[in-house]
Design a protein around this ligand. Structure first.
Ligand SMILES: C=C(O[C@@H]1C=C(C(=O)O)C=C[C@H]1O)C(=O)O
Ligand SMILES: [Mg+2]
Length: 449
């Protein structure tokens, strides 16, 4: 049955196609629908071309289905940020827009100079997609945006019928872990010792080292199920998924990289960690310990200093609280300093991302030396892990998270990543334990708990 709003969408697409330039983008308010149901509804028709995003306050959720337009860069330098920006501007200028206009979603590789693992093949230096269908949930309103480049009106009509037909919510398939491999555990511990020597010799001051787990499952992984678990279990995190062909990069990150809304810009310093307590009393004690612990405060301070400096270069009225507070997630608590500023007129969100990535929370300090050290001694290919992931709209507003607490899923397999900031007073054993806590959100979600 074709509902009223479905025919309204079709009418608007028909009008838009008559005026179409490079792309036609029309938006219509529709009835409430769970964004995850919409994500699942696209499983057949748009397999390999779906994304999901919701911010840590659940203010906005986006689900994208289909690739109306793809912006990709294989550039290994920071030129890739500008390439994406330029392509996006061209795209928006050439579009016929009715409503909010198109939005693109995507991400960047952590370090395009170090790409070796086959499992990251579908995740280039940078890739953004403008979806054929975008579902936007903002407060109590749900909108459907249709972006058309090649499709005919009949094709769009057929897709809408299929997406809004009754769908049964997929049941958890009972998939369980059949194999769990810690990649290069000893190698990683050696790398930590090595990093500490570099720090003692004054070569660098901080470096973040990550390690990898590879899990095999009894059944093919269902990405919507994993998203559903993450959404339930990590209510204060950014939830994201970027499916590109059969693999899907997915996660629940507590860390904002940058948000830009007109001239207001927000970013966050997040570094320094301890697990949650088993009781309220223990939890509060651990929190108080973290706030006073010199090693963790030191780890955090690198991030605050770098972000403050970077923001002052392109913003006015940079507000940085003088003391961090605790940010408590389900398994872990962090030192957290939120930053707000007024960004100068000619500064785009892409240039903010370029300036900030990687902050010392994910790379280290000084930036170039830390990235070089990671390239040399970390025993893995980070791919899109620990890199910017997010969206940008037609006005140049948008938000990026740092893609941590994440995994690359493919068929029966999952690659999980977690890292920690190594500073002068690190203890390799406790850093190892810290990464174990950071694996937990993805591990639980993958086990359907
Ligand atoms: C690198 C990760 O997390 C980062 C490192 C932290 C730390 O070392 O204390 C804390 C938060 C994140 O900025 C990760 O989760 O993989
Ligand atoms: Mg740490």
């Amino acid at each position: 049955m074709v509902t009223l709003y479905q025919s309204k969408v079709i009418d608007q697409v028909r009008d838009a196609l008559n005026k179409k330039r490079h792309m036609a983008s029309v938006a219509v308010k529709i009835k409430q629908i769970d964004p995850l149901t919409f994500f699942e509804a696209g499983a057949k028709l748009f397999h390999g071309q779906r994304f999901y995003w919701s911010d840590c306050l659940r203010e906005q959720t986006f689900v994208g289905l289909g690739h109306a337009y793809v912006i990709k860069s294989e550039n290994k330098t920071s030129e890739r940020f500008r390439e994406v920006e330029y392509a996006w501007k061209q795209m928006v200028e050439g579009a016929f827009i009715q409503g909010e206009g198109p939005l693109m979603f995507g991400g960047f590789a952590f370090d395009p100079m170090k790409r070796s693992a086959e499992h990251w093949d579908n995740f280039p230096s940078a890739q953004f997609v403008v979806p054929t269908f975008l579902l936007t949930k903002k407060q109590d309103e749900t909108w459907l945006t249709v972006n058309v480049v090649h499709e005919s009106l009949e094709q769009i009509e057929h897709m809408i019928d299929s997406l809004f037909a009754q769908h049964e919510e997929g049941k958890w398939g009972g998939s369980y872990v059949v194999k769990k491999e810690e990649v290069a555990r000893d190698h990683w511990l050696h790398a930590v010792h090595h990093a500490m020597r570099l720090i003692q010799h004054g070569v660098i001051e901080k470096v973040v080292l990550a390690r990898e787990l590879v899990l095999s499952f009894s059944e093919r992984l269902n990405y919507a199920h994993v998203l559903r678990s993450l959404r339930e279990q990590q209510p204060m995190s950014y939830i994201f998924a970027f499916e590109n062909g059969s693999p899907c990069f997915i996660g629940a990150s507590p860390e904002q990289l940058v948000k830009k809304n007109e001239d207001i810009c927000e970013t966050a310093c997040l570094a320094g960690s301890i697990r949650r307590g088993h009781t309220i009393k223990e939890d509060e004690e651990l929190g108080r310990w973290l706030l006073r612990d010199e090693k963790n405060r030191h780890e955090h301070a690198f991030v605050v200093d770098m972000i403050e400096r970077a923001m002052n270069e392109v913003c006015a009225e940079v507000i940085v609280p003088s003391e961090p507070v605790l940010l408590k997630m389900r398994h872990i608590q962090h030192l957290y300093t939120p930053v707000r500023a007024k960004v100068h007129d000619d500064v785009s969100i892409f240039s903010l991302v370029e300036r900030l990535h990687p902050t010392p929370a994910l790379g280290g300090f000084p930036k170039e030396k830390a990235v070089q050290t990671i390239r040399e001694i970390e025993p893995l290919d980070r791919g899109w892990y620990a890199a910017p992931i997010g969206w940008v709209d037609a006005k140049g507003n948008g938000e990026f998270a740092v893609a941590i607490r994440s995994a690359l899923l493919h068929d029966h397999e999952a690659h999980l990543f977690a890292g920690c900031g190594i500073v002068a007073h690190s203890n390799p054993r406790s850093e190892y334990e810290e990464t174990n806590v950071k694996f937990k959100p993805m591990l639980l979600a993958l086990e359907g708990k």
